[in-house]
Ligand binder design. Structure first.
Ligand SMILES: *Cc1c(COP(=O)(O)O)cnc(C)c1O
Length: 425
């Protein structure tokens, strides 16, 4: 597509955008009384306006029905989470019985590691990426210690090559070969939170399986952003948060995937609770634990219905639009953002570099910009002028033109402000 750096062009793109009307379905923050340009949907998605109705419904049912709400609310609470099965499994390419919503992301990854990391003297190593999201680093280190092992001897990190910003698939595969039969688990971020790089999850999963290792993915930045096909890819487990691209509200519940092939395996260790128990017999309060033969068998507690309410609102919106259309707009608007960044750089000589892969199949919505000459003042300038972007130490700005609610005009206007910001420095 031949892009133009003009307001008229951006407005024409918006006029042709089939998803443009979804912008009105979200609440935007204001800066100086004006609707902000919001590029941080990768950190906290905007609030869908309908979320408040879903929350109010639960509040009202609670007020009017109290305990009877478990069974007699319009959306009964005892099976509220099952309303996610159909729409959420489509978003992540799973079978309906392979997903559930529960807890929060890091907690779910801990629970998954309880099941899928049971080291032996021969097979005990864990492969992850260097500089993984801190929570992933801490979770792996502490799980290793839980088994009385030394993180130094167990954790193997894939490194980037000197001078490169992204991981090479061949290096990840080679690392797997190097660890070989000692490899117990691969646990990595499917879409890197810092650079926006998408890993070849299918290939990496298949490769590690050749050595008999389990493979799990932290999909915090992937779900709702890129297409994943967890069942087909034969992934063992995955978990994601709902408050980034999934727009479910701050700190909200996590989604979790466990491949069907593990559902009836009684050898796998898991932490039990009444909500994972055979649901027909749950209220009989029997002593023997009989986990549900689906991903729901990894549940522990009855979930917070108030938390699930806005997540359900959001998941239903995703279901209405579908990932195909979101990804189509994502690629177009992200390419427009890259074009605008390059235009600005050539016009005013901004000293910055895009570290997100150029290949469309290796990125989602996020473009990460490494500021060389420019610094924190530029970030502050943008924030003051009404562009909400995100700063990551030491000098990276992450921009996510989320297709659900970002307009081409937002991207154009951002370019104007960026140019001003660089010039006024
Ligand atoms: C955002 C994010 C998390 C957050 O974990 P919580 O348990 O929801 O606080 C974890 N991992 C990655 C890769 C993330 O990007």
């Amino acid at each position: 597509m031949n892009f133009q750096n003009s307001l008229a062009f951006a407005q024409q793109m918006d006029a042709q955008d089939e998803l443009a009307h979804y912008r009105d379905a979200f609440n935007f923050p204001k800066i100086n009384g004006k609707q902000a340009i919001y590029f941080t949907g990768n950190s906290l998605g905007l609030q869908p306006k309908c979320a408040v109705d879903y929350v109010n419904e639960v509040m009202q049912d609670w007020a009017e029905l109290a305990v009877e709400g478990h069974f007699h609310a319009n959306k009964s609470w005892w099976d509220y989470h099952e309303r996610f099965n159909a729409p959420l499994s489509k978003i992540v390419g799973a079978k309906e019985n392979e997903i559930t919503v529960m807890n929060t992301l890091t907690v779910n990854l801990h629970l998954m590691m309880m099941t899928f990391y049971q080291p032996t003297s021969k097979r005990f190593k864990i492969l992850c990426e260097e500089k993984a999201f801190p929570s992933d680093q801490y979770l792996i280190q502490t799980q290793v210690k839980l088994h009385g092992l030394d993180p130094q001897e167990v954790i193997v990190e894939v490194k980037r090559r000197a001078g490169e910003h992204n991981f090479r698939t061949e290096d990840i595969l080679a690392k797997i070969d190097e660890v070989g039969d000692e490899l117990a688990l691969v646990l990595m971020g499917g879409l890197n939170y810092y650079t926006g790089q998408v890993l070849d999850m299918q290939l990496i999963t298949a490769h590690a399986h050749q050595y008999g290792a389990y493979v799990g993915w932290d999909l915090a930045h992937a779900v709702g952003n890129i297409k994943v096909d967890l069942h087909q890819w034969n992934v063992d487990f995955a978990a994601w948060c709902s408050y980034k691209y999934m727009n479910a509200g701050p700190g909200n519940a996590s989604g979790c995937f466990v491949h069907e092939k593990h559902h009836t395996n009684k050898e796998l260790v898991r932490l039990g609770g009444w909500w994972g128990h055979n649901k027909e017999r749950r209220f009989l309060m029997e002593p023997n634990y009989q986990p549900i033969e689906s991903a729901h068998g990894w549940q522990i507690s009855n979930p917070s219905i108030l938390a699930l309410a806005p997540y359900l609102a959001s998941v239903e919106m995703f279901d209405e639009v579908g990932m195909d259309k979101l990804c189509e707009k994502r690629d177009l608007i992200t390419a427009y953002l890259v074009y605008i960044l390059e235009e600005v750089a050539s016009e005013v000589g901004g000293d910055f570099e895009l570290i997100t892969p150029k290949e469309i199949d290796q990125r989602g919505s996020q473009i990460s910009v490494l500021l060389h000459g420019e610094g924190r003042e530029l970030f502050n300038y943008l924030m003051k002028k009404g562009v909400i972007v995100d700063w990551r130490e030491p000098n990276v700005i992450r921009l996510a033109p989320v297709p659900f609610y970002t307009s081409f005009e937002d991207v154009y206007s951002f370019g104007v402000l960026l140019k001003e910001g660089i010039k006024t420095k």
